[in-house]
Design a protein around this ligand. Structure first.
Ligand code: TXA
Ligand code: MG
Length: 306
């Protein structure tokens, strides 16, 4: 079953039922060793899924839950290996969407849910995206409209002495550092450290449209558009700047918001629209290198990687 959260739509199953969890992996085409986030109705339920919960977990939960933050903690002994990918840790999150909350409260247990897209593809931010991604493979989609945040939750690993951010999201590193003494900088994707947990969001290529995507700095964009069109190629452009360009049947232009929160909200829907044009390439204007744009820059870089 797919359901809305404030970040993206999730593909949910009873986290206590191995057969139900196995179906998630089958539907997504996801490697079995990639762990799932377990979604909870409230912070108190952490005790059922995690052990040795540090006090900072309760403080973070108090401050950010319900909301777009996933905590990685040591897992409780009876948690299914199917959920954690065999790791000794578990990802937990209390989502803020009213439909997700109603579902979780009524169910009472934990709902394991990855984003409701095929592995490596763009996360769905509308019920219609889930339908396009998974079709008949999903028996039920709860339609909660547009996801407000639009990109996946921030993941912070507090299962060891040194907290680490494993995935950037709308909750910024600076908001977390105030609560964690030694927060290590975000782990760069592609780093070959065997000890690191498996986070698919850390793979070099992820969140990717089918069409090749290239990030272009604003000043170079108009010339790049002209050159590509001159080659007779059909292109899509996602840009925040209002560019002067001549209407061209081969050009599909998507104006993106200047505000990072609004940009994140629209990003995945825009990438889907651009992808649907089936052009030769999607050109995306580079976003600022500023903290509140970091998560967006990260998603774009992964969408560009092949
Ligand atoms: O916003 C979100 O987090 C959405 C909504 C549905 O809640 N979910 C989501 O799930 O993005 P998914 O599976 O697409 O991404 C979860 C990420 C994966 O990269 C996974 O490897 C990582 O979380 N993860 C889950 N459990 C983990 C663990 N125990 N240790 C390290 N990483 C973990
Ligand atoms: Mg995902």
């Amino acid at each position: 079953m797919a359901f809305p959260t404030e970040t993206v739509y999730g593909l949910g199953a009873n986290a206590g039922n191995p057969a139900a969890v196995a179906k998630i992996f089958a539907v997504k085409g996801r490697p079995l060793d990639h762990p799932l986030i377990v979604h909870l109705a409230d912070a108190q339920q952490m005790k059922r899924w995690a052990r040795d919960i540090p006090s900072v977990a309760w403080r973070l939960a108090e401050r950010f839950w319900p909301g777009p933050l996933t905590l990685i903690l040591k897992r409780a002994p009876d948690v299914l290996d199917e959920v954690t990918g065999g790791q000794d840790t578990i990802g937990l999150r209390v989502p803020a969407h009213p439909i997700a909350h109603a579902l979780l409260a009524a169910f009472g247990g934990g709902v394991a849910a990855p984003s409701a897209n095929r592995f490596g593809r763009i996360s769905p931010t509308q019920a219609e995206h889930v339908r396009q991604e998974l079709g008949d493979a999903v028996d039920l989609i709860l339609d909660g409209g547009d996801c407000e945040v639009g990109i996946e939750s921030t993941i912070v690993d507090i299962s060891s002495e040194t907290p680490r951010i494993l995935r950037l999201g709308s909750i910024l590193p600076a908001q977390l550092t105030s609560m964690l003494h030694a927060l290590l900088p975000v782990i760069q994707s592609g780093r070959a450290d065997k000890k690191l947990p498996r986070v698919s969001g850390m793979l070099k290529s992820h969140y990717a449209p089918l069409t090749p995507l290239e990030i272009v700095k604003a000043p170079e964009l108009p010339a790049k558009i002209q050159r590509t069109l001159a080659e007779g190629k059909k292109i899509s452009v996602l840009a925040r700047s209002s560019l002067f360009y001549e209407a061209d049947k081969n050009l599909f232009f998507l104006a993106m918001p200047e505000d990072p929160a609004l940009y994140a909200h629209e990003l995945y829907a825009a990438l889907r629209k651009a992808d649907a044009q089936k052009g030769a390439i999607i050109l995306v204007e580079a976003v600022p290198v500023e903290e509140n744009w970091l998560a967006i820059g990260d998603r774009l870089k992964k969408a560009a990687a092949r």
